[in-house]
Design a protein around this ligand. Sequence first.
Ligand code: ATP
Ligand code: MG
Length: 143
Amino acid sequence: MSLEQTFSIIKPDGVRRNLVGKILSRFEEKELRIVATKMIHMSKSEAEGFYAVHSERPFFGELTEFMCSGPVVVSILEGENAVLHHREIMGATNPDDADEGTIRRDFAESLGENTVHGSDSQENAAIESSYFFSQTEIVNSSS
Ligand code: ATP
Ligand code: MG
């Protein structure tokens, strides 16, 4: 087991439906600690930069339009095996495939509007965290 950090977004559909508290509670109840969080409204170019890895995919336009369609909550979460643990709490990308009790199964309405984002590796967690947070916005969890 290792203490890790991961990067998390509550997407515009989650904020729009007033699910911020419920979703952050699920992370906290499952031993992930918030070490940074804020609400932002991404510009189209910020969304395009964030999801640049998907720029050649047919859904890129739809995805980036959606991500800047309203405010989102970005957070850095810390815990044992945080990257994988957070993705397990979120559930599969398509809510129809997500396990019972996961966020996407319980709240997501479609593949495109699937309520949460989570980093898929420690390397990407570090890149994504620094895309939205400066060092001074991240607390030291041991202090
Ligand atoms: P995320 O990166 O948002 O946490 P993920 O890692 O589970 O999700 P990715 O493959 O990285 O899935 O896809 C990024 C996002 O693009 C998905 O969360 C989903 O909203 C959207 N997406 C993926 N595939 C499709 C598709 N075929 N049609 C429409 N949207 C899609
Ligand atoms: Mg992804």
